[in-house]
Ligand binder design. Structure first.
Ligand code: ZN
Ligand code: ZN
Length: 350
């Protein structure tokens, strides 16, 4: 098969002919029709992710496609099924999985990290019965792949952790892929959304996707004060969708009493520890929650809203490229961050 391969961390990935993957006994091989380019792929390529232990490596974890081959123990899936997967492949057997919390599985694997990923014509996914999500016939592969890690994570953050109710105020700090997803999802849930970003372009998109108030973080001296003022006392729910010590603290300080902060953006230790205003958390009985993907069994509610047109992940896709362009696109993510999602079509038509 053709795949995007890198030999060394930071070395330009190349498209190469490599061996096709084979399914594990309880796994499948998926023919990749669409796969999203994500900042996590860039971090992995830079050597920031300790899950990538063996080189050469193939990145990619936000995928949709067609089941190509199934292992001997797989009974619920067969070749030809249209599927997507959460970015975490759960084991299905640990205590977290037994509790229905596959998104924090204790023995998780991740295509594109613990093994070769989806910037390829085929990708292997373990424990198929736990991890595959069936796609409606009328859903495009690119739309399904756009649910990827960012949209599904934002959905869980807003709906399951934020427990957003119609009319409540939701603040979203950082309007990249996950932030814009959160804006769209919160607005669809009937919330009033305040979007915060440094980029006027990102704020314009946030407004397009349903933000009622946009706060230019570079233009106001005190972001939390701006949110408190715009929302008549602070947000009910606030997300740090960027992942930095500053946006995390601002998100907490922009809440009203008994509000909920959900940390969605990664806070790598390399960027320094986040100092949180815990005196505020105690005094105002705030909740501080982490969000890490979403289990396969939770997808149908989200997919139902996509089919109904209430959620439009397809609108987050800014461009679609072929496998040959994927390496350079990955390499330039840091210096020229794309606006909106980049979708890769390993077979030419998503
Ligand atoms: Zn597990
Ligand atoms: Zn991702």
């Amino acid at each position: 098969m053709r795949a995007v391969v890198y030999e060394q961390f930071g070395a330009m990935p190349e498209v190469r002919e490599v061996a096709d993957p084979a399914p594990a006994r309880d796994g499948v091989v998926i023919g990749v029709e669409a796969t999203g380019l994500c900042r996590s792929d860039w971090h992995g390529w830079q050597g920031h992710d300790s899950d990538i232990r063996v080189l050469p490596h193939v990145p990619g974890h936000e995928l949709a496609g067609v089941v190509q081959a199934v292992g001997a123990e797989v009974t619920q899936w067969r070749a030809g099924d249209r599927v997507t997967v959460p970015f975490i492949s759960a084991c299905g057997r640990c205590a977290s999985c037994a509790a229905g919390d596959q998104q924090v599985c204790q023995r998780q694997t991740q295509p594109g990290f613990t093994h070769w990923g989806s910037f390829a014509e085929f990708v292997a996914v373990d424990h198929a019965e736990v991890n595959l999500v069936r796609l409606p016939e009328d859903m495009r592969y690119s739309t399904a792949a756009a649910l990827g890690c960012r949209f599904a994570t934002a959905f869980r953050a807003v709906v399951a952790h934020g427990r957003v109710e119609p009319g409540q105020w939701v603040a979203v700090h950082g309007c990249g892929g996950v932030g814009l997803s959160a804006v769209m999802i919160a607005a669809a849930a009937g919330a009033r959304v305040v979007a915060v970003d440094l980029s006027p372009g990102a704020l314009a998109l946030a407004a397009e996707f349903g933000a009622e108030v946009c706060v230019d973080g570079g233009a106001v001296a005190d972001v939390p004060a701006a949110i408190v003022s715009a929302t008549g006392g602070g947000a009910h729910v606030s997300l740090d969708a960027l992942g930095s010590p500053a946006t995390c603290a601002a998100s907490i300080l922009g809440l009203r009493r008994r509000g909920r902060h959900v940390q969605v953006g990664l806070l790598p230790l390399a960027a320094g520890p986040a100092v949180l205003p815990m005196e505020r958390v105690i005094g105002w009985e705030l909740q501080v929650l982490g969000s890490h993907g979403m289990a396969a069994h939770a997808y149908p509610a989200m997919i139902g809203m996509v089919r109904a047109g209430t959620l439009r992940p397809d609108r987050l896709i800014a461009r679609t490229i072929g496998l040959d362009e994927a390496g350079p696109a990955l390499a330039s993510m840091h210096t020229a961050p794309p606006t909106g999602m980049t979708m890769i079509s390993p077979r030419g038509a998503a």
